[in-house]
Write a protein of this length. Structure first.
Length: 364
C-alpha cells in the first residue's frame, strides 16, 4: 500500500492565493500570525492562547477533546478559517537523498520506494513531502538532491482531526524547523547555518543549507531547566528566578557572580549539545556527496535565546559567528519602519511568522 503524502491530504492547487494564518501549536500554547499583502507584507494580527498542561506532550496529542476546545475558542475569538500549521519535530525525520536522472513526475514515487532505507517506518505508516536542494531544471539530465520530511501517519491524522473538528481548515502541514528557516534565513542565502531553537522545555537543532532544512535534532533541555537551577541555587520561587534570569543572565560582573555560577551548569550542557551536533555535521561524509559543507554561523531563536550573555558565551566556545535571529529579514521593512511585534515577542512567534510567509511572494 502506498504511503499518503502531504498534498494528498490537502489537494489545494491554488492554496497560495488563499489568505491563511500561520498556526504554531505546541505543548504549552497555540500562537497565530496573519499577514496582509497589500503591496508590502505586514503583520495584520497575531495572538496566543495557552494550552493546558497534559493536553499535548512531546508533540503527541493526549487529550483531543481539550485540544479541540482550545482551537475552537481561538477560531471563534479571531475568526480564523484557513491555516498553515506546524507539526512536531519530536517525531519527524528529515533526510537528504541523491536521486539519479529521471523525469520530474517520477521523483515522488522513486523517493517513496527508498524511504525504508532512511527512516524506521513502513511506507504505509508515514507521510512525506520533499523539497529540491539542487536545481529542479536539471533533474532529467543530472539527477537531483532532495530534502525529504517524514512523519508518522498517525501523528498527521491526529492533528488533522483536531483542526477539522475545531472548524479550521489546514491548507498545509510543515515541520517546525522549515517554518523557522523561512523566517530567519534570508531568501537566496547560499550559506550553511545551524539554527538553535531554545524553548521552555526543548531545544531544537537544525542545519539549513541553500534555503533547505537538511538536518534536525531535538533534546529535552530548555529555559525551564535553566530557571530551575537558579531556583535551587538561590532559594527563589519560579517567578523570581525567571525574572532574575531574564535581567542578569550570563552578564559578567562582580555583583552577578552568584547568578552566573548558578546558570553555568545547564548553559554549559547546552553548549556541549550544540558542539556535538556541530561535530557530527562537520565530520560526517555523505555517501553520495562526500564531505559536507562547513557550518558558517549559528542562529539563535526561541523565547529563551535572548538570555543576556548567551550569544557571546556560545560564540567564544563554538568559534563561528553566533547571531540572534532576525524575524523580519524577509519582510523588506522600510529603513525607519518599526515591526509590529517587538523583538523579544517576535522571537516567540518565529514559527508562526514563517508559516504565514508560506503564501507570500517570499515563499521558498
Amino acid at each position: 500500500m502506498k504511503s499518503k503524502i502531504f498534498f494528498e491530504f490537502f489537494p489545494v492547487p491554488d492554496y497560495l492565493l488563499v489568505p491563511a494564518a500561520g498556526l504554531d501549536i505546541s505543548d504549552r500554547s497555540v500562537k497565530y500570525v496573519e499577514l496582509s499583502h497589500n503591496g508590502q507584507i505586514k503583520v495584520k494580527r497575531y495572538g496566543e492562547k495557552p494550552m493546558p498542561a497534559g493536553v499535548i506532550e512531546e508533540g503527541r496529542i493526549k487529550n483531543k477533546t481539550e485540544a479541540i476546545k482550545v482551537l475552537s475558542e481561538l477560531k471563534k475569538e479571531m475568526g480564523l478559517n484557513y491555516i498553515f500549521a506546524s507539526l512536531p519535530e519530536d517525531e519527524a525525520f528529515i533526510v537528504r537523498m541523491k536521486m539519479p536522472p529521471m523525469k520530474k513526475s517520477e521523483l515522488r514515487g522513486s523517493i517513496e520506494l527508498q524511504l525504508e532505507e532512511y527512516v524506521p517506518l513502513p511506507p504505509d505508516q508515514c507521510v512525506f513531502d520533499f523539497e529540491m536542494i539542487s536545481s529542479a531544471r536539471e533533474v532529467e539530465k543530472n539527477g537531483a538532491e532532495v530534502s525529504v520530511s517524514v512523519l508518522p501517519k498517525a501523528i498527521v491524522d491526529d492533528y488533522l482531526e483536531i483542526f477539522t473538528a475545531a472548524g479550521l481548515e489546514p491548507l498545509l502541514f510543515e515541520i517546525e524547523a522549515q517554518a523557522i528557516a523561512r523566517a530567519l534565513v534570508k531568501e537566496g542565502d547560499p550559506g550553511t547555518s545551524m539554527m538553535v531553537d531554545i524553548g521552555k522545555i526543548h531545544t531544537g537543532f537544525s542545519v539549513v543549507q541553500a534555503d533547505q532544512v537538511v538536518f534536525t535534532s531535538i533534546i529535552g533541555l530548555g529555559g525551564s531547566n535553566i530557571t530551575f537551577c537558579l531556583q535551587k541555587a538561590l532559594g527563589l520561587d519560579a517567578v523570581a528566578a525567571n525574572k532574575l534570569k531574564e535581567e542578569k543572565g550570563l552578564l559578567r560582573s562582580q555583583e552577578n557572580q552568584e547568578v552566573f555560577s548558578a546558570l553555568m551548569p545547564p548553559v554549559s550542557a547546552l553548549k556541549d549539545e550544540i558542539k556535538q551536533r556541530f561535530s557530527y555535521w562537520q565530520d560526517h561524509y555523505d555517501k553520495d556527496e562526500g564531505k559536507r559543507s562547513s557550518i558558517d554561523r549559528v542562529i539563535l531563536v526561541g523565547g529563551q535565546s535572548t538570555l543576556p550573555g548567551l550569544r557571546e558565551y556560545l560564540e567564544t566556545h563554538l568559534e563561528v559567528p553566533v547571531v540572534l535571529g532576525n524575524p523580519w529579514v524577509n519582510f523588506n521593512l522600510k529603513q525607519d519602519e518599526l515591526p509590529v511585534i517587538d523583538y523579544n515577542n517576535a522571537m516567540r512567534y518565529v514559527t508562526a511568522l514563517g508559516l504565514a510567509l508560506k503564501n507570500s511572494h517570499l515563499k521558498r
